[in-house]
Write a protein that binds this ligand. Structure first.
Ligand SMILES: CC(C)(COP(=O)(O)OP(=O)(O)OC[C@H]1O[C@@H](n2cnc3c(N)ncnc32)[C@H](O)[C@@H]1OP(=O)(O)O)[C@@H](O)C(=O)NCCC(=O)NCCS
Length: 192
């Protein structure tokens, strides 16, 4: 009975206190950005993904980035729980338009546990998307700055991302660099 009740409680994928620890001054000095998680703009809120976000357009938003597929709520909650079983790993962050109760932006910081560098941790930024009608308002920049500073706060020794060639200028403007001799990205794809 307890388990069933717990399944229905709204819960965040990580502790939102972490976002409060990010220094708003760093958004100004490093990114020339007057927005921060504590001040994302009128009617907006930056917060961790929650179990209730099945209802707030999170998956529909991701489909503006790539193929998502038909995901039932049960499957969504199952995947959420699997991520929760890897604590301190999945920092899925969303921007919500609180006036219409819709998720309009999302991005993920994944923190990987390593043995190298004296048991260090490293971050990867994934799945960045801002809903088309909210683009051009610096919200993508806010999201990436938030995830990068979260990586710093969590003591990652580096944060990296993969992107299309056309996005290189965008991420370069946000501090990411192609390191000479160390910036190849290779992959093998398997049919799903
Ligand atoms: C990429 C994306 C997240 C940008 O979000 P956004 O909120 O519109 O971007 P911002 O308003 O924060 O843009 C900040 C700056 O970057 C610039 N910019 C935006 N997209 C850019 C691009 N593709 N290349 C270069 N610069 C870009 C903007 O012109 C703006 O410049 P300014 O500060 O001089 O005004 C958004 O367009 C999106 O969701 N695209 C579809 C999904 C996608 O491609 N995700 C990234 C996968 S790697």
């Amino acid at each position: 009975m307890k388990t069933i009740l717990y399944e229905h409680l709204e819960r965040p994928i990580y502790n939102s206190d972490l976002l409060d620890r990010l220094d708003p001054k760093k958004f100004i000095t490093r990114y020339c950005l007057n927005l921060s998680p504590s001040n994302p703009g009128p009617g907006l809120k930056v917060r961790p993904l929650k179990t209730s976000d099945y209802e707030t357009g999170f998956l529909e938003l991701l489909s503006q980035l790539t193929v998502v597929g038909e995901i039932e709520e049960e499957k969504f909650l199952e995947r959420f729980s699997t991520m929760e079983l890897c604590p301190n790993s999945y920092y899925i962050t969303v921007i919500e338009d609180t006036i219409i109760n819709k998720v309009i932006g999302t991005g993920t910081l994944i923190v990987e546990q390593k043995f190298i560098h004296n048991c260090a941790v490293r971050g990867r930024i994934e799945d960045i998307v801002i809903s088309d009608e909210y683009r051009g308002r610096q919200l993508g920049k806010l999201l990436i700055a938030t995830l990068t500073l979260l990586g710093e706060e969590l003591k990652c020794y580096k944060v990296s991302l993969e992107c299309k060639d056309s996005m290189v200028p965008y991420y370069t403007s946000l501090g990411f660099r192609n390191e000479a001799g160390n910036s190849n990205y290779l992959q093998i794809r398997f049919p799903l």
